[in-house]
Design a protein. Structure first.
Lengths: 114, 114
């Protein structure tokens, strides 16, 4: 597609359930980022994939969070045993290279844990 | 560690007035600096970026920003604000050393009065 696509756009889940959020980056973009934006807050870095390098997972808030990127393209962010504090908008971005190139953002997935 | 501070959480200006949004960064090497805008219900869009060279950079929608290394600042300016500029503005820093993902500030929400 023309831009970064995220699905679902909205997700309501019960506390304790697992959720999967999907990101389709722009074709040819080697870098992919996940960020979390809580209400009224800035963007919190979660994880960064660059080509075939080991991902930078330093932003993941707990071991309940994990992400993978298959075939250097689609990425899935998984949150296990969701908690209410996980409620936020999860944003995915991709770029041609590392952080010296523009990152293009998707519309985000709004996750609500009830 | 890299970090970004946007000291103004919320700014209100009158339409036609000038605007300056502040951004201070902390980075151990030459930073790559970005300003993004997030309109209500929209994804993040890049306004402008600084990598090297001229410290005054021009962006889209009539915005500009000036990199001042001595002050570790990258303030965003616009000479005459339009009602459509009402949005959330995020400053970000990246680079080739340390953590490779973009680090964002907490954002400044701009309101424009008629």
């Amino acid at each position: 597609g023309a831009g970064v696509s995220q699905s679902p756009s909205n997700k309501v889940t019960e506390k304790g359930k697992d959720v999967e959020l999907r990101c389709d980056p722009i074709s040819g973009h080697t870098a992919l980022y996940w960020y979390r934006q809580s209400l009224g807050q800035g963007l919190e870095f979660l994880i960064y994939f660059q080509g075939n390098s080991a991902p930078d997972k330093s932003g993941l808030p707990s071991d309940r969070f994990s992400a993978e990127r298959t075939g250097g393209s689609v990425s899935t962010l998984t949150i296990q045993r969701t908690q209410q504090e996980d409620s936020a908008v999860y944003l995915c971005a991709s770029s041609l290279g590392s952080t010296n190139t523009e990152a293009f953002f998707g519309q985000g997935t709004r996750l609500t844990v009830v | 560690a890299q970090s970004v501070t946007q000291p103004d959480i919320h700014i209100t200006v009158s339409e036609g007035a000038s605007l300056e949004l502040r951004c201070n960064y902390s980075y151990g090497a030459t930073p790559y600096l970005f300003w993004y805008v997030q309109s209500p219900g929209q994804g993040l869009q890049l306004l402008l970026k600084y990598f090297s060279g001229d410290t005054l950079v021009q962006g889209i929608k009539g915005f500009e920003a000036e990199f001042k290394r001595s002050q570790s600042s990258f303030n965003l300016r616009k000479p005459s604000v339009h009602w459509s500029d009402a949005a959330e503005y995020f400053c970000a820093v990246g680079g080739n050393s340390g953590r490779r993902a973009l680090t964002f500030g907490s954002g400044t929400r701009l309101q424009v009065q008629p």
